[in-house]
Ligand binder design. Structure first.
Ligand code: DGT
Ligand code: CA
Ligand code: CA
Length: 575
């Protein structure tokens, strides 16, 4: 079985967590965490690099011992050191770590003082008021833990779109190569570009004698075959992702694609429209009586009910059908519309590539500019830059820019919003930057009133360009902080600054609803990768999905502007 970088990173993260619970040497813990991060940011598969004879110890943060572990995992699929840790620390403690607010130290206390090993035991202890008595806990923490156990349960077993993509892409390529296969499309929530997907729904059209079914269940990532018939099969992949495959007739392909793309509410509305016209729509086609009148393409389905084509990301069953009837569908932004990326880290803070490497990677992707926005001084865990280091960076950027004629590196910073809403650098420093991204990285649990006031105050500051990841949520890990986002959007509109759509797979923040609100209030959105390494520019594709689900068009997006226009828009925030 191929071993992906993600598999190795997951093992290293797990090692770090377990070692941390064991109270191991913090440097060892950090070494594993940093290695996991490096691995996730690599542009190439480690398995391939090893096969090509690359010396892994040349990678940042990978010494001989970690390199040996990587080789071991690639050769055997597991790490003996992790197996050993699993014998020492109950594996179920890892589930506790996924509860927001529970770090290794608290998990250790729970285990040592109350012998709590599972989520169930934790829930029981929290609801009977036992946690608040523990050192470092309290009634509020206890309440938060209870709430997050509940929300965690409801999000059970969904995969980040990004993770699903890592598995879907090679599977599609594999299926396309099977003899007799004509078309392969992943439908469902994946195609609608949802933030998370429950399973993959793959549609295939193939010649009758194609061995596609057999080859599907024989795919080397498949660990369990749930069912296998002549036209449909369901399997589980090694990472626990379920995949449904259906083989459909070419003449029904559009109807099936439309049906299995959904969502369900959208499908029901379309079928109702069909009924009003005396037609019947199902996954096989559009029928008048027994006669099939269309179904080969999705366009033909929409046409049969008098609608223009509706992009998959809009198919929610809420506003899109009415908008289509009124010819008010947006012309959605595409990946190719992006001209640059305004939130990029370098290894000066917590990235792992140089500014020049990041610039060259972005340029290779066809982008025309990036902004380097390393962290500000208060964010010690991310090596935030003090004034002197920032100055040196600005000079280095000037020297680099002299090397490029067709690409521009803008000077920026991701500046912490302090608890009282002030910014982490003085105006005298901020005024030297092209772009000031402000962000909340601490004090997530302020009351709604205080959090809102804090952010509004930051938006009022003289040099702000945009607010980064406005809600602070991390999918599957941490809910948004409590903030009145409508007021934030209105404030951004009045202040004349911008909002970020952060494209990190776990963030995708702004969400779709707030993208639409921003658009309605004339606030431009910047679709940023928040890249910490060259591979992270891939995040932008996920950001585009999210922007499309938020009805954004090219004109609504700040970084769709060519450099000259962009600079005018950046300067306009400083009047
Ligand atoms: P997921 O997998 O939970 O992320 O979400 P989906 O939307 O991919 O849902 P899934 O996999 O259960 O089904 C795929 C599509 O099939 C769904 O979006 C719409 C269609 N579909 C499934 N069940 C029904 C149904 O009972 N009625 C209708 N009209 N369509 C359905
Ligand atoms: Ca699905
Ligand atoms: Ca499904």
């Amino acid at each position: 079985m191929p071993i992906h970088n993600e598999d190795i990173a997951v093992i290293f993260d797990e090692m770090a967590d377990l070692l941390d619970i064991e109270n191991a040497n913090p440097f060892r813990v950090r070494a594993y965490r940093n290695a996991a991060r490096t691995i996730r940011g690599l542009g190439h598969e480690l398995e391939q690099m090893l096969a090509n004879g690359t010396d892994l110890t040349t990678l940042q943060g990978i010494g001989t011992s970690l390199a040996a572990k990587i080789e071991e995992i690639i050769a055997s699929g597991h790490a003996e050191a992790l197996d050993k840790l699993h014998k020492e620390v109950p594996a179920s403690l890892e589930d506790l770590l996924h509860i927001p607010g529970l770090g290794p130290k608290r998990v250790r206390v729970l285990y040592q003082d109350l012998n709590i090993k599972t989520l169930k035991q934790l829930q029981h202890a929290a609801s009977s008021g036992q946690l608040r008595k523990l050192p470092g806990f309290g009634a509020k923490t206890e309440q938060r833990i209870l709430e997050s156990i509940k929300s965690q349960r409801s999000q059970d077993k969904r995969f980040l779109h990004h993770t699903a993509h890592l598995y879907a892409d090679p599977l599609v390529t594999y299926l396309e190569a099977v003899p007799g296969v004509k078309q392969v499309v992943v439908a469902g929530s994946y195609r609608r570009g949802q933030e998370t997907v429950g399973d993959l729904d793959i549609l295939v059209s193939a010649k009758d004698d194609s061995p596609v079914m057999q080859q599907f269940v024989d795919y080397d990532e498949v660990t369990e075959v749930i069912s296998k018939g002549s036209t449909r099969a369901t399997v589980f992949l090694r990472n626990g992702l379920q995949v449904d495959l259906r083989v459909v007739e070419l003449q029904s392909f559009g109807a099936a694609l439309h049906y299995f793309t959904g969502n369900k509410a959208h499908n029901i509305k379309i079928r109702k429209l069909a009924q009003q016209r005396g037609l019947k729509i199902n996954e096989y086609g559009v029928f008048r009586g027994d006669k099939r009148i269309s179904g080969k393409t999705e366009e033909s389905i929409f046409k049969a009910v008098g609608l223009p084509y509706i992009q998959a990301e809009l198919r929610n069953g809420d506003q899109e059908i009415k908008a289509a009837q009124q010819h008010k569908l947006p012309e959605l932004i595409t990946y190719g519309d992006l001209k640059g990326d305004l939130h990029v880290h370098s290894k000066a803070s917590d990235g792992h590539a140089s500014i020049e490497e990041m610039a060259r990677s972005a340029r290779k992707l066809g982008l025309k500019y990036i902004a380097i926005t390393d962290h500000s001084q208060s964010l010690k865990v991310a090596h935030g830059l003090d004034e002197a280091r920032l100055h040196k960076q600005l000079e280095a950027i000037d020297r680099l820019n002299a090397k490029f004629s067709d690409f521009k590196i803008l000077k920026g910073s991701e500046v912490d919003i302090l608890e009282d809403g002030r910014l982490d650098y003085h105006d005298s420093i901020l005024s030297q930057l092209d772009i000031v991204i402000v962000a909340v990285h601490s004090k997530f649990h302020l009351s709604r009133a205080r959090q809102t006031t804090r952010i509004l105050r930051a938006i009022e500051s003289k040099y702000i360009t945009m607010l980064a990841h406005p809600s602070g949520r991390l999918l599957g890990e941490r809910s948004a902080y409590d903030v009145d986002m409508s007021r934030v959007i209105t404030a951004a509109s009045e202040r004349g600054c911008y909002l970020e759509l952060n494209s990190q797979p776990q963030r995708l923040d702004l969400n779709d609803t707030y993208c639409q609100q921003a658009k309605q209030q004339g606030v431009l959105v910047s679709i940023n990768s928040d890249a910490h390494g060259p591979a992270d520019f891939d995040n932008l594709a996920g950001g585009i999905h999210q922007a499309r689900r938020g009805w954004l068009e090219k004109r609504d997006v700040l970084n769709s502007r060519p450099l000259g226009q962009l600079i005018k828009l950046l300067n306009a925030t400083r009047c």
